[in-house]
Every structure is written in C-alpha cells, then in structure tokens.
Design a protein around this ligand. Structure first.
Ligand SMILES: Nc1ncnc2c1ncn2[C@@H]1O[C@H](COP(=O)(O)OP(=O)(O)OP(=O)(O)O)[C@@H](O)[C@H]1O
Length: 256
C-alpha cells in the first residue's frame, strides 16, 4: 500500500520541450490527498502536457511525478492502479459500443468479469449512456465521448482521478450528474485534479487551484489563499497578464 503521508500527486521539476518550444518549464505541483484540485491556464499554457506527463502518458524531458508516492515511470503498475485518467482527445476503440469499451478495459486491468459487468451497468445508467448501448463509440457525440471516458477512468475505483477538461462539450444535465459523482468521490476519500478554462466551475468544485502560464506555475495552493478577496477570474486575468488582452484600438473594423 502507498505510504499514508504521501500526497495524491506530487510533480517535481517536470519539463517538456517540443522542438524549440518549452511547453512545460520545470513545474512543481502538489495535490494533497483528499483535495479537489483545479488546474487553470490559457490555451497552450501547458495543462494537458503537464497532466499527460503526470500520469505516465507522455515521457518528460526532466523531472518526476509520483502518485501516492509511486513513481509513474519506475513503478508504472503501482501508479496506474491508483489513478483513473480522462485524457484530452481520448483515443478509444472506435468500433466498440460503450459497454464493450468498459468490458474490454476492465478485463485488461485484471478485474473480475462480474464486477466489470455490474460497474458497467451502473456507470452507463448514471451517465445516461445506457440508451446508447448499441451505438459504436465512433458514432458518439463529443460529450458522449467525455462521459464514456469518465466511465473508463472510474471503472477500477481509483484513489486519484486526473481529468483533462471533463466538462468540455458536456450538456448541463450531464454536467450536474458528473459534478455529483466527483463530489461524492472526494467525500468518499478520493482525490481529484482536473483542468478547466471555466473559473466559475473551478470555484464551485475545487478547494485547491494551480494557475499555469507559459509552462510555469504562477500561483498554487488552497483556493481562498490563491484568489484572496477577489474572484478566481480576476485573479487569473491579473496573474496571466491582462496586458495580453485585446486593446481598444484592435479590430476597429468590426465597429460600425
Ligand atoms: N505534440 C505536440 N507537438 C508540438 N507542440 C505541442 C504538442 N503538444 C503541445 N504542444 C505545445 O505545447 C504547448 C502547451 O500545450 P498544452 O496542450 O499542454 O496546453 P493546454 O494548457 O492544455 O492548452 P488548452 O487549454 O488549449 O488545451 C502549446 O504551445 C502547444 O502548442
């Protein structure tokens, strides 16, 4: 069992370059166990790259990531048992139905057939994917793909969920269901880190936040400590440089 005092996720000095571009620049982050952690940043800030390296989907150029103390590269089996991942642009077996995807991944993870069947039933019902039992993943809408991706992340009852934009393209009713599932997961002792562009959502759900800008951490910690007396949106815009916003003189040709 992982050591009781280790954080759910500890990232130290993670770095990734794509050609000349430093996408993630020696990032340190700690997701305390039991926390609901929101990672925010502009398009291209480095959130997906960081999370992909943190769960062992992308090999870093430097640094390390530990899940409840298990190093994702030197102890991948241990780390991967403890984490459920919803990656960005999830690659799925497209010619399977949602149930077949869950069955396939459950059995691949060594879960008992009956347990997979029962959990798949519940997940498909709760996420309202049971109506799409006969639909192949290739025919799924973007929101449905997010939901089946979330189901695959939850299936083995991990202790940490790492979710890249879990609410993107999801309708409000499904979003409310997902929020309830995620809150229940944290209330039951689980830990979550999710990325999002929606500050209101992060404020509503998360108790910790990390602000990433141009591959670096600008601020991180408990939500109230990061935002102070302001809204997270105000804090975010100030931290990542309001001066990069469109100035009045630009796009003047749009005015009549
Ligand atoms: N496979 C890749 N090859 C080249 N550059 C990449 C690759 N993946 C990411 N990048 C670059 O790395 C930087 C960080 O990208 P990343 O996808 O991590 O940002 P993000 O914060 O998740 O953005 P978004 O909010 O738009 O999803 C960007 O400049 C991006 O163009």
């Amino acid at each position: 069992m992982p050591h009781d005092t280790e954080p759910a996720l500890a990232i130290a000095g993670l770095t990734k370059r794509f050609g000349d571009k430093v996408a993630v620049d020696a990032i340190d982050l700690e997701v305390p166990r039991g926390s609901f952690y929101g990672l925010v940043g502009q398009n291209g800030a480095g959130k997906t790259t960081t999370l992909s390296m943190a769960v062992g989907l992308l090999r870093p150029d430097g640094g390390a990531a530990r899940i409840f103390g298990a190093d994702v590269w030197s102890e991948p089996n241990k780390a991967k048992t403890l984490v459920g991942v919803l990656p960005d642009g999830l690659a799925m077996p497209e010619r399977l139905t949602g149930r077949e995807v869950l069955t396939y991944l459950g059995l691949l993870r060594g879960m008992a057939k009956e347990v997979v069947a029962q959990r798949a039933d519940e997940l498909l019902a709760v996420l309202e994917l049971d109506g799409a039992e006969r639909t192949l993943v290739i025919e799924y809408s973007t929101g449905m793909r997010k939901k089946i991706g979330l189901a695959t992340a939850l299936l083995h009852a991990p202790r940490l969920l790492v979710l890249d934009e879990p609410f993107e393209a999801v309708d409000p009713v499904s979003a409310a269901t997902i929020k309830t599932i995620l809150r229940g997961f944290v209330d039951g002792g689980g830990s979550i880190v999710l990325s999002s562009h929606v500050m209101a959502l992060v404020e509503q759900l998360c108790d910790h936040v990390g602000v990433v800008d141009q591959g670096r951490v600008k601020a991180a910690g408990p939500l109230d400590a990061v935002r102070g007396a302001r809204s997270l949106e105000e804090t975010f815009v100030e931290l990542v440089g309001g001066d990069r916003n469109t100035s009045k003189g630009e796009l003047s040709w749009l005015s009549r």
